[in-house]
Write a protein that binds this ligand. Structure first.
Ligand code: NAP
Ligand code: GLV
Length: 285
């Protein structure tokens, strides 16, 4: 708060809560540039009222985040974290027909919720694994369906038919808590849930219950409602949950490109030029 008082521009991270209190403390602020594609940590309406430009970093992190999504999908399906733990705990005694059996990825049905940049990039990866791809999104994209080999279905149908459900919506009032007990109960008992979007699209207590009761088989999440997760968070005790610490875009090249983009957006706005990636273009001169 003290740091922004004299600032004309602000580069922030997704861990910074850019709320009314901060915007009011920053009397000179003309631009908020976040080094993230998701901007749910910024009160965009309040910034817009104050004619403050808000920018983000879409596109450059799409493929890297889709890679992590697929890494989580494969790891959860084939139980890689449990395998690693079993070896380290001395449980690898011999080859056994039933040791650490997982689920096939090839030929399985993948349900993608939120079919924007990252959702589509995940669909491209799924084709290489001969998966059947279903999607649900705010806007159907029939023009992409033949090329990506995917089919639009209703949300409930996607939950019921998918072996893997992966979520790629932004966090908004409409998507907050869209995965609750009702959603998990619609999913197959063999289903695996993957979340690289935002923790709050899930009711975490409901996810915990679904995993404990085996109403779904497993989950893999890169994001949590409260980050960092507490060391003793009960979710971290579950053997059928894989957690990574919000590393979706964390490759050397992608983080450098995000940083460059955040700086370019900021400098453009301060120079009075339209930034390449503005989320509230109505405030541009
Ligand atoms: P995007 O291109 O804007 O795609 C978001 C998609 O979600 C769009 O297709 C949008 O539909 C759809 N959507 C919006 N509201 C919806 C709703 N209520 N119900 C169903 N679908 C809805 O964004 P992106 O680049 O793919 O990124 C998606 C999110 O991933 C980001 O907002 C961020 O929170 C998260 N993310 C996480 C990481 C990580 O490190 N784990 C990295 C990057 C991104 P329309 O086509 O109608 O707009
Ligand atoms: C990461 O979570 C992002 O939104 O860029």
């Amino acid at each position: 708060m003290a740091g922004v008082r004299e600032a004309d521009g602000l580069i922030c991270l997704l861990t910074d809560n850019i709320d009314v209190g901060l915007l009011d403390a920053a009397e000179h602020l003309r631009v908020v540039s976040t080094m993230a594609v998701g901007y749910d940590h910024i009160d965009v309406a309040a910034a817009t009222e104050r004619k403050i430009i808000v920018t983000n970093t879409p596109g450059v992190l799409t493929e890297t985040t889709a890679d992590l999504t697929f890494a989580l999908l494969l790891s959860a399906a084939r139980r890689l974290p449990e395998s690693q733990r079993a070896i380290r705990d001395g449980h690898w005694k011999s080859w056994s027909p039933t040791f650490l059996l997982g689920h096939d990825v090839y030929g399985a049905t993948l349900g993608i919720v939120g079919f924007g940049a990252i959702g589509q990039a995940v669909a491209r990866r799924a084709r290489g694994f001969d998966m059947r791809v279903l999607y649900n999104s705010r806007t159907a994209r029939p023009e992409l369906e033949t090329g990506l080999g995917c089919t639009y279905v209703a949300f409930d149908e996607l939950l019921e038919q998918s072996d893997f459900v992966t979520v790629h919506v932004p966090l908004t009032p409409e998507t907050r808590h869209m995965f609750d007990t009702a959603a998990f109960q619609r999913m197959k008992t063999t289903a695996i849930f993957i979340n690289t979007a935002r923790g709050s699209v899930v009711v975490e207590a409901d996810l915990q219950r679904a995993l404990e009761s085996k109403s779904i088989a497993a989950a893999a999440i890169d994001v949590a409602e409260s980050e960092p997760m507490a060391e003793h968070d009960p979710l971290l005790q579950l053997p059928n949950l894989l957690v990574t610490p919000h590393i979706g875009s964390a490759s050397v090249r992608t983080r450098a490109r995000m940083a460059d983009m955040a700086v370019d957006n900021l400098l453009a706005a301060l120079d009075g030029r339209p930034p390449d990636h503005c989320v509230n273009p109505q405030v541009l001169p």
